[in-house]
Design a protein around this ligand. Structure first.
Ligand code: HAM
Length: 414
């Protein structure tokens, strides 16, 4: 049998692992600044943990879970998302005694979806949750945090934040009934896939990508008209705060989420540079979920972002660090080179050297790797106690003392 990896999985190395580590560092730094505590849960859980909360009729539960029976005849599932395992861990470890509980986690999730650009069967998520408060300021805090992390990772990308409110569970039931009625009346115009959802999951028709479904959804009943006064106030308070904080957002009355546990605020960040899998980050409130999972009746809110999708956008921004290559023309100059290595490490400048003592080969490697600079060490450099630095983008060459290198690289590369 030909050796291959499983469809929809991918190995992470080279440039990719650098991006993953960078994402993880920025996430952890921001999490600790805002006092979120890290949590890691097992990759598999009992299957029942996911079925009801995610929705027995949701795509994830119906088609996408990797479930298996182990030797004790227990049904286990590779986690398709992080919110339910995190809540399970909070309940079983008695973390809900001190509220609100602010937790975050980073790790792999598993969904058997059709693989395509930005969509994998094993993918990685960043996940933030606040458990135990209904306050709209928790919604604001989480959106603000997502905004800050995305800006740090993707300073040049245009990313659109969309928000909506689904209201509480009761008005959601009324809304679903009317939506089912509306789509049944216009059944002929719907796509085949959406027809199967009319009675089971009509909300999902609202975020169908089929043109005919989109057209029909434009005149469908709108959730806002069903919201209770309390839900409306929560939503209006949130919008006012986002405006005050100058966070741009669009209201999308058809924004619903793929998992069943949401109510009140829902939000997503989308990018036009991701192809059809255009959602980078998604989340919302899930008041009632903790109780469904066997815990106390507490509210909660959170979001998750796909690391692979973040990495794709980082590529589009050409965000890999401007690299520095070294060319040493002969072993005789190793001491001069060691001084340079010490200096580069102390100043946190990453560099690449091919161990070849060959100017031509070092230049070829630097050019094929699209390095920005090459530092040359030879006879002249040793005798004059300087280093020759060539900018490979504009061809400019300079002879610099060791202590001038940092400023030069930073002036030119930023
Ligand atoms: P979700 O919208 O299912 O939400 O997933 C969140 C993000 O994970 C998506 O926006 C996307 O970037 C990434 N993602 C999802 N599926 C895949 C895939 N097959 N391949 C690559 N990336 C993917 C949740 O999972 C909720 N638990 C979020 C949440 C947290 N809600 C409240 N708290």
């Amino acid at each position: 049998m030909k050796l291959r990896s499983v469809r929809g999985t991918h190995d992470i190395f080279g440039k990719e692992i650098k991006k993953f580590n960078r994402i993880s560092n920025i996430v952890s730094k921001n999490a600790y600044l805002k006092d979120f505590k890290e949590i890691q849960t097992p990759i598999f859980e009992f299957s029942d943990l996911f079925k009801k909360p995610l929705g027995e009729l949701s795509d994830v539960v119906l088609k996408e879970m990797y479930s298996f029976k182990d030797r004790n005849n227990e049904f286990l599932t590779l986690r398709p998302e992080y919110t339910t395992p995190m809540i399970r861990a909070a309940i079983t470890n008695n973390l809900l005694n001190d509220l609100p509980l602010k937790i975050f986690g980073i790790g792999p999730m598993f969904r058997r979806e059709r693989p395509q650009k930005g969509r994998f069967r094993q993918f990685n998520q960043i996940n933030f949750e606040i458990l135990g408060t209904k306050d709209f300021l928790a919604d604001v805090e989480l959106i603000l945090l997502s905004n800050k992390i995305l800006k740090e990772l993707l300073p040049k990308s245009v990313i659109r934040l969309q928000i909506n409110s689904l209201g509480d569970k009761k008005n959601l039931i009324d809304f679903k009934k009317n939506l089912t009625k509306y789509f049944n009346n216009h059944k002929k115009k719907l796509s085949e896939e959406s027809i199967t959802k009319i009675d089971t999951n009509p909300l999902r028709i609202l975020d169908s990508k089929n043109e005919a479904d989109i057209e029909l959804s434009k005149s469908s009943p709108k959730i806002y008209e069903y919201l209770t006064n309390e839900a409306k106030k929560h939503y209006e308070d949130l919008k006012r705060a986002l405006n005050m904080l100058e966070i741009n957002f669009e209201e999308n009355p058809n924004l619903v989420r793929g998992l069943d546990y949401y109510c009140n605020t829902v939000f997503e960040y989308k990018s036009d540079n991701l192809g059809s899998q255009d959602t980078l980050l998604g989340g919302g409130r899930y008041d009632g979920l903790i109780k469904v999972l066997g815990g106390p009746d507490l509210p909660g809110i959170g979001w998750a972002a796909g690391i692979e999708r973040l990495a794709l956008l980082m590529d589009a921004e050409n965000e890999t660090s401007s690299s520095v290559h070294i060319a040493v023309t002969d072993e005789k100059f190793n001491n001069h080179f060691l001084n340079l290595q010490k200096y580069l490490l102390e100043n946190k400048i990453s560099y690449y050297w091919n161990y070849k003592y060959n100017l031509k080969k070092s230049f070829t490697k630097a050019n094929t790797s699209q390095a920005s600079y090459i530092i040359i060490i030879g006879e002249n450099e040793l005798n004059g106690n300087f280093f020759t630095i060539k900018n490979l983008i504009n061809g400019e060459q300079k002879e610099l003392k060791l202590n001038q290198i940092f400023n030069h690289l930073n002036d030119k590369s930023r």
